[in-house]
Ligand binder design. Structure first.
Ligand code: SAM
Length: 215
């Protein structure tokens, strides 16, 4: 039996790294359930409907949330701990590029990941630092209006406290891995108990908290 080859009439899909913002309605090329979403918060409504790149990256939907917050806030300075391969950094960077101003500072401790993210982040206003978040010092004039903490889920409270002096008074802070299977949520709760933030838990497979800094 011979198989007839048909020429595709639709244009080739862009690679995942260059997928347009969700607002355009473009389809996502990734399969529904990434391999890193096997452990899921039971409160997520449809855990099987999410997608994520392989490896320790956030859900695409969380990357979309960060894209939306970046558009909404028009920040001049954004901070991310944990660049990994630049999946979420790219989405934030795409939103900043669309905003026409602002810069993301993203920190990664692993040299190989830092280098691999460079190509992905070459065309967006993102400064990568091959640094430990515990010791990296932001630029002197930095005033982060949006922060995404995604490096050390056992120290989410410390990530916040380390950078609070460089945040705007009402900064929006997103804490990843706040699902029941992770240790981060009680740490975020402790920040709320101290009166440092007001938080809202969103049940995604890995769990995310969106908070506002209180001064
Ligand atoms: C969950 S991944 C980040 C995923 C990324 N935000 C994304 O969704 O595309 C966490 C990253 O933080 C990095 N990391 C761990 N400890 C760190 C530290 N002390 N300082 C900076 N980066 C760190 C890890 O090497 C890892 O690549």
């Amino acid at each position: 039996m011979t198989t007839k080859r048909t020429k595709k009439s639709t244009p080739a899909q862009k690679p995942a790294a260059e997928v347009a913002p969700a607002a355009t309605g473009d389809p996502k090329p990734r399969p529904a359930l990434g391999p890193n979403l096997r452990s899921s918060d039971s409160r997520a409504v449809h855990p099987d409907k999410y997608s994520a790149p392989a490896g320790p990256a956030a859900e695409d939907e969380v990357a979309d949330l960060l894209w939306g917050l970046t558009r909404l806030l028009h920040p001049d300075f954004v901070l991310e701990t944990g660049t990994a391969w630049g999946h979420t950094a790219l989405r934030i960077g795409q939103a900043l590029r669309l905003n026409g101003h602002g810069r993301l500072y993203t920190l990664e401790i692993t040299r190989q990941r830092f280098v691999q993210a460079q190509a992905r982040l070459a065309k967006v206003p993102v400064t990568q630092a091959l640094e430990d978040w515990r010791t990296w010092k932001p630029p002197e004039d930095a005033q982060f209006a949006l922060c995404f903490f995604d490096a050390t889920r056992t120290a989410r409270d410390e990530e916040f406290k380390r950078f609070a002096p460089w945040m705007t008074d009402n900064a929006i802070v997103v804490f990843h891995d706040c699902g029941e299977q992770h240790p981060a949520k009680p740490l975020v709760d402790s920040l709320e108990a101290e009166g440092l933030i007001k938080s809202l838990f969103i049940p995604t497979p890995r769990g995310v908290c969106v908070a506002q800094r209180i001064v």
